[in-house]
Design a protein around this ligand. Structure first.
Ligand code: FBP
Length: 549
């Protein structure tokens, strides 16, 4: 353990705070509550998941002391990094060993592919100790391979059986947990003897519902980004010469942008879900930003901060149509497209295939953006929004609009800009106390679900806005969070993604304050995450949780 910072050393010693009922893990009683259904498409889902549909909710309560046989468990990390992943594994390890010191935990390497290729390590106390309360997923790595075919399920089963593993814990987002549900159904149907338990992870915050109040990592990531946005606001307010356009990660939903906006009071906070609901075109968004800039300029302020959610482009109806058309065109003309080496050649080829209206929109995009839109797709065949520099696109288009205003005598300010994209900066930060506690408790709760022999559940911990001892751990059936959605032209069962609710309290708080934040500089500078100090600082929840719960 050389080369570690003093802070990391101190964080090793941090003891995550568990919910009251988990403090004595040997005497937790599993109480089954009311039976669940699904978000919608009930009959279809019942027929797809005959063995795992309609399971009851589960709560943990204090009970009698029990002796538990040794259990061998496998764990994987799936998808993008999120602060706290190591503590889920630490919680899982500690609780398994506490229940029975002969239990074993196997970490499969590099995400779902490790399960298929049988790449694993057995977890030891020494290894876990090196990763307690640290950020990152480097203890076993992560990956985006999809575990979805029966052939893969069988290969995984063979590997699990080699070590007598009877439960698999999937730490992932909505897609990985959807696949965990499909896998659980398959193993149950075939009496394979392997339980599947999911853990809600993603900085994006879009895996949430009544039973899952938050996905882990959102708390830490938004605090890191809010610190950065706050620092930039202070710089802007000091120099008074730049507009900073800041894109914040969050592949689809705008929870991160909203939370950071609420934490910092940036001047302009774009929320994709609102743009979609109001059917704004790209030009409408540009005009909104330009108009605020004019208002600020008239008040003598030619500087400010604009927050843009990463997924914005896919929520603007005309751009959404463009992206969907490009996705299909690239799939249909793969061979022809690949023959062209130069990006400009590829752009021209695509232009020749587009129909009139879309052709005109694609043509006026700055070339860099047009190239980014036809670059490599993700494993689902979708454009990777994180590579599209929306912040630069908006700077260019807002600049053009302001020039028009200038010519028309409507604006006489200065528009100097800087652009930023914050995403990877926050995904592996050392977890806040909240995320360290929450993830460790998720690991503990996963063990209890495993010991109670259930399958097709996600760990659920509620009451998160309250102090940790009052948290309510339990389990929610994976299928109960599903509906049927069309993905790549096919109807599929999926865990419903939570978008920003426009009638929800966090968004309402933005709406109530928006005109003030636009014009005044009522900036808040949240500063860095604090790990030691008074409770109101170190255990502060996100504004989203405070308002929603
Ligand atoms: P998950 O949904 O897997 O947690 O990942 C979310 C995310 O961090 C998004 O915010 C971002 O768009 C994406 O991952 C980036 O993916 P990659 O790590 O593959 O670049």
């Amino acid at each position: 353990m050389n080369n570690i910072s003093n802070l990391q050393k101190a964080r090793y010693e941090y003891k995550p705070k568990l919910p009251g009922v988990l403090k004595n893990i040997n005497s937790v009683k599993v109480v089954k509550g009311k039976k669940t259904s699904s978000v919608s498409d009930t009959e279809e889902l019942r027929s797809i998941f005959p063995n795992t549909f309609g399971l009851p909710l589960i709560n943990f309560e204090a009970g009698e002391k029990q002796d538990i046989e040794p259990i061998n468990v496998a764990v994987i990390l799936s998808g993008g990094q999120a602060p706290g992943g190591h503590n889920v594994i630490a919680g899982l390890f500690d609780s398994l060993k506490e229940l029975n010191s002969k239990s074993k935990l196997f970490g499969f390497l590099g995400g779902p592919s490790g399960l298929i290729d049988n790449k694993y390590i057995e977890m030891s106390e020494e290894l876990i100790n090196e990763f307690r309360n640290t950020g990152g997923f480097d203890i076993i790595g992560s990956g985006r391979t999809k575990l979805e075919t029966e052939d893969q399920f069988e290969k995984v089963l063979v590997n699990l059986k080699k070590f007598n593993i009877s439960a698999l814990v999937v730490i992932g987002g909505d897609d990985s947990n959807t696949n965990a549900g499909i896998l659980a159904e398959y193993y149950k149907k075939n009496n394979s003897g392997v339980q599947v338990i999911g853990v809600p992870k993603t900085i994006d915050g879009d895996l949430k519902n009544e039973m899952i109040e938050a996905s882990f990592g959102f708390d830490t990531a938004t605090k890191v980004y809010s610190e950065l946005v706050g620092n930039i606001q202070r710089d802007a307010n000091s120099a008074k010469k730049y507009y900073h356009f800041i894109k914040l990660m969050g592949r689809s939903a705008s929870h991160i942008a909203l939370e950071c906006g609420l934490q910092t009071h940036a001047n302009i906070i774009i929320i994709s879900e609102e743009v979609e609901k109001k059917n704004y075109s790209l030009q409408d968004v540009v005009e909104y930003i330009a108009d605020v800039i004019v208002k600020r300029s008239n008040a003598g302020k030619d500087f400010g901060v604009v927050i843009i959610p990463e997924g914005l482009i896919e929520f603007i109806p005309d751009m959404k149509k463009m992206i969907a058309t490009l996705n299909n065109l690239l799939e249909e003309n793969k061979v022809e497209f690949e023959k062209r080496d130069e990006l400009e050649e590829k752009r021209k080829f695509i232009l020749s295939k587009l129909e009139d209206e879309l052709k005109n929109t694609y043509k006026i995009l700055p070339k860099d953006i047009a190239y980014q839109m036809i670059m490599e797709r993700d494993p689902h065949g979708n454009v990777q929004v994180s590579v599209i520099e929306t912040e630069k696109l908006l700077i260019e288009l807002v600049g053009n609009k302001l020039s028009e205003y200038k010519k028309a005598g409507k604006y006489n300010g200065k528009f100097s800009t800087r652009n930023h994209f914050f995403g990877y900066e926050g995904r592996c930060a050392a977890p806040t106390n909240f995320d360290a506690d929450y993830t460790y408790s998720l690991g503990y709760s996963a063990t209890i679900l495993i010991a109670s022999k259930v399958t097709a559940y996600m760990v659920s911990i509620r009451n998160l806005s309250k102090e940790n001892s009052k948290w309510l751990p339990g389990g929610v059936p994976l299928i109960s969070m599903m509906n049927i959605e069309t993905r790549k032209g096919k109807d599929k069962p999926v865990i419903e993604k939570a978008l920003v609710e426009l009638d929800g309290k966090p968004f309402k708080e933005l709406v109530e304050n928006r005109s003030k934040w636009e014009l005044e500089n009522s900036y808040i500078y949240p500063g860095p995450i604090q790990y030691f100090g008074p409770n109101e600082i170190v255990d502060r929840r996100t504004r989203t949780i405070e308002l929603e719960r």
